[in-house]
Design a protein around this ligand. Sequence first.
Ligand SMILES: Cc1cc2nc3c(=O)[nH]c(=O)nc-3n(C[C@H](O)[C@H](O)[C@H](O)COP(=O)(O)O)c2cc1C
Length: 330
Amino acid sequence: MLNLETTYMGIPIKNPIVAGASALSSDMKNLKRMEFSGVGAIVVKSLFEEEIELTRFKFEEEMEAFDHIHAEMTSVHPHIDYKGTKEHLYWLQKAKKKVHVPIIASLNAHNLETWVEYAQAIEKTGVDGLELNFYELPQNPDTTAEAIEQEKIEVLQKVKAAVNIPISVKLSPYYTNMANFVKRLDDAGADAVILFNRLFQPEIDIHEEEENISFDFSQSSDSLLSLRWTALLSPVFKGDIISSKGIIEGEDMIKMLLAGAQSVQVVSTLYKNGMQQIEVLTKELEEWMKAKGYQSLEDFRGNMAKDHMKDPWAYERSQYIKMLLSKENL
Ligand SMILES: Cc1cc2nc3c(=O)[nH]c(=O)nc-3n(C[C@H](O)[C@H](O)[C@H](O)COP(=O)(O)O)c2cc1C
């Protein structure tokens, strides 16, 4: 019997497959199917500050002002998806009661007070942990990278001080010095970092000459940036490294575990292949482990992380130069 047990933001889970935040988690049937398929944990879709604002002011037009900040909410789940904060908190409570795997909430706010207030409200629902979704596109050219990062660190510190549940941080890959920022998150007590969220990019419709947010799901090739940073950061980060983005097949997940991930988040593959993909991923992991003679994740986790590599620079500059200068690759 293989042992797939691992942790997710310090919480013991039976296998490394975690359903990431998405609208799939708004439906109890989906939650039950995920549980039935053996998911390790579930992250419920985010509560956005825009929803909180809407609850406060009840002005539908307010939505327009925030379009650039949460593209997926306004484009994929337009106004009808908005339910209100009470309903969201009630839903978390219900999910926690009905589904018997760890339930993690997700929050995306802007103001420090909102982060703290809603982290506390979310903790009261009984969920097992909270993911801070640091998703934003800075547009003010006078704001420095340092100021942006410092603000995020402060959010984490204040939330950690206000609640007792584990706190993870989901990042975009666009921080100037990822290693430094993640180290500071580590020092501020992050129980996990999720590498990475996916920013939806705006497109232009040349016929209508208007903005058009093109939406597509991830593919395996989208996972390589997360793979690189998982391998670089897993030997040094004290909490759990959770890899995300483009984990579609079992092989994508196995690479992340080899690079040192504690567990992985999947979303696109569940949309594309259904909740039963969790079983497929589990089976593919087990078959690979059997073929390699591994009994548990600890037997191979991190074998390809930076500190275990024969060539420790493989993820870094020398590979890049070798590739560009070698004629064999062309
Ligand atoms: C339809 C859809 C809805 C999403 N909603 C959320 C959300 O509410 N909160 C969040 O943090 N991420 C959200 N995401 C991002 C995913 O959680 C995930 O980080 C991203 O899709 C990358 O993983 P994947 O490559 O497995 O899809 C959403 C993604 C999709 C496709």
